[in-house]
Design a protein around this ligand. Structure first.
Ligand SMILES: Nc1ncnc2c1ncn2[C@@H]1O[C@H](COP(=O)(O)OP(=O)(O)OP(=O)(O)O)[C@@H](O)[C@H]1O
Ligand SMILES: [Mg+2]
Length: 378
């Protein structure tokens, strides 16, 4: 895989007497997505630009795979670094294909190879090459232009990608799609990424590690998202991460990490009275009905079960959301709050019953002051 370690060693940048970045030390391991986040003017763009020498540090060193970047010839350095800038930055008088081909052309690739690489990259970022290839940037939407920017940066398979608010200029729905596409792309390519945003939710979603920067160019905390949410290093980080930390943390946890309970179940065809007895024993007001293949059908109230005769699929009183192991606890919570039973039914990849997840269990994961007991696997 094409990836490299990036290290800032006591890096500072001053503009006159003003520190834009002050004594920044952090290491981005190869293949990680490091997100720099913080308020406007805190030094995110400056930090990023010091990696490809668009800005030169006043003191300290930036190293890529242990090599001081000041010892690398600048064009050589930039060839190895993809760069997606704030406000898109496509060349307006070049077609989309020519924009994407910028670096391969610089590298002197033969025409045919450039062409096939361009097609491949456009497809990779979800654009139809046949449609957009010969367009100019002004003929594309904001979201499409962002994708072209990403494709252009990926063109030379750089071991390091610098992305400065790459999804800043698009609406929330397109943004979410671009984020997911980029995460998928990153899983496939494994490039080391430095990603700038001022949106803490985006940082938590995208980052392997998140560097929270503070006004005046100081690094307030550098930690994985969970750590940031659980243990903000100071008041600034705490405030920046926000008051709904508990809710945010639910985005990081999936049903697989929550405590799944056995629940009281009955099967279609089984006698109602037997199910009734089990429910009373378990002091459960509800029994979940499964079909013969263990697929959940819905809930029955215990009062409805005090009768003779077999259970049928139309014995149900309520349904409840089905969640999978990969469902985030935040999504599970939303679904659960909308259902009468306030219990989510967990099913495996084939739709078979795996257990139940209760609101109480979610509440434990939800409380930001407690250690996340929900992380225990049941
Ligand atoms: N060329 C420059 N000359 C003088 N000061 C500069 C220059 N570039 C940046 N600065 C200052 O350095 C500080 C950090 O700027 P930087 O662009 O890194 O912030 P940022 O965190 O990227 O902000 P934003 O979220 O608004 O993009 C700011 O106070 C800015 O005014
Ligand atoms: Mg900036």
């Amino acid at each position: 895989m094409n990836q490299a370690t990036v290290e800032f060693r006591h890096v500072s940048k001053q503009y006159g007497p003003q520190g834009a970045v002050v004594d920044l030390s952090l290491t981005v391991p190869a293949g990680d997505i490091c997100v720099l986040v913080g308020p406007s003017g805190c030094g995110k763009t400056t930090s990023l630009k010091m990696v490809n020498r668009l800005v030169e540090p006043s003191s300290g060193q930036v190293l890529i795979d242990g090599q001081d970047i000041m010892r690398v010839e600048v064009t050589e350095l930039r060839r190895r670094i993809g760069y997606v800038i704030q406000q898109i930055g496509l060349f307006p008088h070049q077609t989309i294909a020519d924009n994407v081909a910028t670096v391969p052309r610089l590298l002197g690739w033969p025409r045919a190879r450039i062409q096939s690489r361009v097609e491949e990259l456009l497809e990779l970022v979800g654009l139809d090459p046949g449609r957009v290839r010969d367009h100019y940037p002004s003929q594309l939407s904001g979201g499409e232009r962002q994708r072209v920017g990403v494709a252009r940066a990926m063109a030379a398979e750089p071991p390091v990608m610098l992305m400065d608010e790459p999804f800043g200029a698009v609406d929330p729905i397109v943004r979410e799609r671009l984020q997911n596409e980029f995460l998928r792309l990153h899983r496939a390519l494994g490039t080391t990424v430095l990603f700038v945003t001022h949106d803490i939710d985006e940082a938590i979603k995208m980052g392997t590690r998140v560097a929270v920067m503070q006004q005046g160019g100081h690094l307030a905390q550098y930690a994985p998202p969970t750590e940031l949410l659980l243990h903000p290093a100071n008041d600034f980080v705490g405030r920046f991460v926000g008051t709904d930390r508990g809710l945010k943390r639910l985005t990081l946890l999936t049903v697989a990490e929550a405590k799944i309970q056995a629940g009281v179940v009955a099967r279609v065809g089984e006698g109602a009275r037997a199910a009734w007895r089990r429910a009373l024993e378990a002091e459960s007001p509800w029994v979940l009905l499964l079909d013969r293949d263990d697929r959940p059908q819905g809930w029955m109230r215990v009062e409805q079960l005090a009768r003779e005769g077999p259970l049928t699929a139309d014995s149900m009183d309520a349904s409840s959301p089905l969640v999978h192991y990969e469902t985030t606890l935040r999504d599970a919570l939303s679904m659960l709050l909308a259902s009468a039973v306030q219990t989510a039914v967990v099913v495996d990849e084939r739709g078979r019953y795996a257990g139940i997840l209760t609101l109480d269990e979610l509440g434990i994961a939800f409380r930001s002051d407690a250690e996340p007991r929900a992380v225990e696997v049941a």
